[in-house]
Design a protein around this ligand. Sequence first.
Ligand SMILES: Cc1cc2nc3c(=O)[nH]c(=O)nc-3n(C[C@H](O)[C@H](O)[C@H](O)COP(=O)(O)OP(=O)(O)OC[C@H]3O[C@@H](n4cnc5c(N)ncnc54)[C@H](O)[C@@H]3O)c2cc1C
Length: 547
Amino acid sequence: MQWTTHEVSNQVPELHDYNLFSSDCVLVSAVRESAAGWYLPELARLGAELGRAEILQLAQLADQHPPELQTHDRFGNRIDRVDFHASWHHLLRLQRGANLHALPWSQPRPGAHIARTAAYYLQAQIESGSLCPVTMTFAAIPLLQQEPALFATLREQLFSLQHDERDLPWPDKTSMLIGMGMTEKQGGSDVRSNTTVARPLAAPGRGQPYALTGHKWFFSAPMCDAHLVLARTEAGPACFFVPRWRPDGSKNAILIQRLKDKLGNRSNASSEVEFQDAYGVMVGEDGRGIPTIIEMANHTRLDCVIGSAGLMRSALVQALHHARHRQAFGLPLAEQPLMQNVLADLALESEAATRLMLRLAQAAEPGSDPLERAWRRIVTPAAKFWICKRALEFTGECMEVWGGNGYVENAPMARMYREAPVNSIWEGSGNVMCLDVLRAIAKEGEAYKLLLDTLLDIAQAHHGLRELIAELRTDLALPAAQQEMQARRFTQRLVLVAQACLILQGAPATIAEAFINSRLDAESGRVFGTLATPLVAQEIIARAWPR
Ligand SMILES: Cc1cc2nc3c(=O)[nH]c(=O)nc-3n(C[C@H](O)[C@H](O)[C@H](O)COP(=O)(O)OP(=O)(O)OC[C@H]3O[C@@H](n4cnc5c(N)ncnc54)[C@H](O)[C@@H]3O)c2cc1C
């Protein structure tokens, strides 16, 4: 006997088979007008590929099947291996094929950083955990290029477009991934407190072999073929290239103690490890390990910005799709005035994040222009603070657009919400970023002045923006302790001014006015959906997601 208790109705159809690139008018126009115009066809191809139902399913699977640590084989030998679900490897194959790990290094040409940023942004809309080793590899390459002898042996595997999941010494593989190990139990932000030591195995110094003893408390993607690790020599902290296998073909003594049980980023393995005389080669100068490894940070921090902007875009698209299909009180949610205010406000925030991300990618292009240096060195950490933080509230609000369906784990909203905090924590947490902004301004005073002058030129017609820029100048006259205390306030202001100017330059006037009026309005901004001029909301929403 069959019981019919109810019919399923007013549930929103799954969103799939859409082009992530061509449906994003802000991204398309910004890339078209940039030096990366040559990459448009590849982005259109990638956007269509990533929007396929099968790929979206892989992201869900990778999150639902976290990696598993195998410390020993069945005979009792240590193997320290992490097994990943097939979906993880599929996602890495996609990223590798798109050259997200190396594009500007292996194919240097004008616009290469912007091209890679746009592609990474598309990938970040699918799954975040698998981006971690790709980012680390990307950031490690310029550092390794400064060690010509070592780099010559790594080049082919680093630049390869194929993902090779085999656990073998890297010279026997077609490609390799690089991770990074700095954080210890007693300190992550303050890496000067590191206690891991390195003992020379021959003559000391750059390019020489060492034995490392100690631990790392967070060591992501332990199946990477090598890690850049911070360890102390007699001269102070130094940076080491520590491969998973020794040159004689034996397993290096990096013992994986356990995997972290994480809130999000679950497809990716983050581990605790111990080094027991692990083999490593010194990279950079002895005693200069912190500046050496921090060189990677400008790249990893920009990737955190791109990752969070991608997460926001993805959550926005899902929210808009849902609101257009779900009816309540006789109308689609997207036609309810208060929901329109929420969606439009979210769309403005997402556009501001995307524009700032692309501007920072432009500044990452090679060159020593002081204005570009200011964007790169001062605005990148500021954006890392702000955009990664905004992603937290943003994904929560988008989840709420879905109502109760947003809160369950068999749909993407919960995963995005769990994913959001990590970009704000790793690679320098929020406060550390704001303090870095102040440090960078102290070092790059002239470049900072030039940046403010440029922003002022763009903002001439806006009294409120002009006042904020004036405050950005006068704040630097405060005593150091007060500046430090107010570093978040200062950084927030700097980012809002930068975003407002980028929107003024690139977006239609109505969009720019809506962004500036709301972000400068003291009563807006504590939650999304408080635009004072919601009349333009429909225009903003239609532009954000045309489907
Ligand atoms: C999922 C995940 C993966 C990770 N993978 C890696 C990895 O692969 N390699 C690696 O090396 N690390 C990794 N990390 C570690 C991460 O980089 C650190 O957690 C982070 O740098 C913060 O360090 P901490 O945890 O020791 O916190 P702490 O340094 O103790 O900081 C705690 C808080 O204090 C704040 N703070 C610190 N100093 C100041 C100050 N002077 N003034 C005001 N506030 C301050 C920080 O902003 C932070 O909010 C990972 C972390 C996570 C969550």
